[in-house]
Design a protein. Structure first.
Length: 139
């Protein structure tokens, strides 16, 4: 798998990947999430491709205090081969190069197997609650 920055022509493939991996939600329009990321810092939006086809993605952000990981996805037929670990390592390395001391991510309650996956990669739950507030409705 080759890991590279997202390109505009990847959009349809990335959205289809997110849908196959059950990462999209009706209240978050993936095309708008992509546009927002590209307007903010496109260098932290990575895709993994095999034979020219997008098979993985990772979108990250860094606010100077913490990094955040979003949309880490690997096509179902390629899961279990270490591609997610490679995408995560690419994000970690990009954030380390910026001096980022800590990377955070959120896992939905309906995916408890992912909590175990991330724990196996050195991530752990903390003594905090993540809260959110929608500032712009995507509908």
């Amino acid at each position: 798998m080759q890991i590279r920055p997202f390109r505009h022509e990847d959009e349809a493939a990335v959205v289809a990947l997110w849908e196959r991996c059950a990462l999209t939600r009706p209240w978050n329009h993936p095309q708008r999430d992509i546009a927002r990321k590209l307007a903010e810092d496109p260098s932290l939006f990575l895709v993994g491709e095999i034979e020219g086809r997008v098979m993985a993605s990772a979108m990250a952000g860094y606010d100077g205090h913490r990094g955040w990981l979003h949309y880490l996805a690997v096509a179902p037929e390629h899961q279990g081969r270490g591609l997610g670990r490679r995408m995560l390592a690419a994000v970690e390395n990009a954030l380390l190069a910026r001096g980022c001391p800590k990377l955070m991510l959120m896992v939905r309650h309906e995916h408890p197997q992912l909590v175990d996956y991330y724990r196996g990669l050195g991530y752990d739950t903390g003594e905090f609650v993540t809260l959110g507030k929608r500032l712009i409705a995507d509908d």
